[in-house]
Write a new protein. Structure first.
Length: 325
């Protein structure tokens, strides 16, 4: 097993997420000046360019699609996958500029957050790089909800630079995890009845005393998942709801919500019980993510080797499954 492959799983922060900010600013200009129908035409040459020029993303897409489609992925499949991602990036411009009236929005399972919010109870939303988080944020804010994005300090600068390129006038509330005072800020936000969302389908390099990395079966092969988001929810005793803004083509988005755990209702103080509940919540998350990838395969946007083996992974926990050799 080569060293580059070993580092791939934890090295996504260093390469695959780098965006061409000039290209994003150009897309923003076209989106605003020309309108969405014309801007969508520009996505085709952009998709073709990345299909030809970015071999790593192309191979990662082909590998993933082969798993969910049940057959070897062909070039049209990979093209469709990259084009679907580009379309959601374009639509992010409109969502961030509060122009969501152009879209047909439906929701499934919305009571999972509607009912707690009606009681003034904040909710932690845990999602994935699946569809569009901006579709969810824009819809929730349009209905009067307060939404904050939780992000790790190590990649906050990259995310903020990308958002600034797409919609420089947008005002997003973020809470940087790992920064002094972050836990207190998050607790207050939730106590005030806010929604706090984070994406949990990537692990970060390094180790954290507050999280463990588990190898869980995902689309036929063990992959690394961190239980950090669920440990955070358990520590704060909060309800955890899975979120996704699935893109179904044209101007159609579906918001999907499923409750994963209710640590607010857990009264047991035994540490082993907490570990068990956290593990079960993470397993439910992975199973749900897997089912949505199979249901809507072109919506998952992790263009790197998600199943890459990493000897530095914290897989030495009772709940972890060692990777195959």
């Amino acid at each position: 097993m080569s060293a580059p492959r070993e580092r791939a799983a934890s090295g996504w922060t260093a390469d695959p997420e780098r965006s061409n900010l000039w290209l994003l600013r150009t897309m923003r200009w076209i989106a605003i000046r020309a309108g969405r129908p014309l801007a969508r035409l520009v996505l085709h040459p952009i998709t073709l360019y990345f299909l030809l020029a970015n071999g790593g993303a192309r191979r990662a897409s082909s590998s993933y699609l082969g798993r969910v489609l049940g057959r070897p992925a062909r070039w049209p499949d990979v093209y469709r996958h990259i084009h679907r991602f580009a379309a959601t990036v374009l639509d992010r411009v409109y969502f961030l500029q509060d122009r969501s009236d152009q879209f047909e929005m439906t929701s499934t399972g919305a009571d999972a957050i509607r009912d707690p919010l009606a009681r003034g109870e904040g909710v932690m939303l845990v999602g994935a790089h699946l569809g569009s988080f901006e579709a969810l944020r824009a819809t929730a804010q349009g209905r009067g909800a307060r939404v904050a994005m939780l992000m790790y300090e190590d990649n906050a600068r990259l995310i903020n630079a990308t958002l600034a390129a797409v919609a420089p006038q947008a005002r997003l509330h973020t809470i940087a995890l790992g920064r002094a005072g972050a836990m207190l800020a998050l607790r207050r936000w939730l106590d005030d009845g806010g929604l706090a969302g984070l994406l949990a389908d990537r692990t970060l390099p390094g180790h954290s005393a507050r999280s463990r990395t588990l190898w869980l079966d995902f689309l036929g092969q063990p992959a690394r998942f961190s239980d950090g988001p669920f440990r955070l929810a358990a520590l704060l005793r909060r309800r955890v709801v899975f979120m996704a803004g699935l893109y179904h083509g044209a101007n159609r988005y579906e918001l999907r919500f499923v409750e994963l755990a209710n640590f607010r209702a857990d009264a047991a103080a035994d540490g082993s019980d907490v570990d068990q509940r956290v593990r079960e919540a993470l397993q439910r998350y992975v199973k749900l993510l897997e089912s949505l990838c199979l249901e809507s395969p072109y919506n998952w946007f992790n263009f790197f080797d998600f199943w890459a083996l990493d000897h530095d992974a914290d897989a030495a926990t009772p709940a972890a499954h060692p990777p195959p050799h």
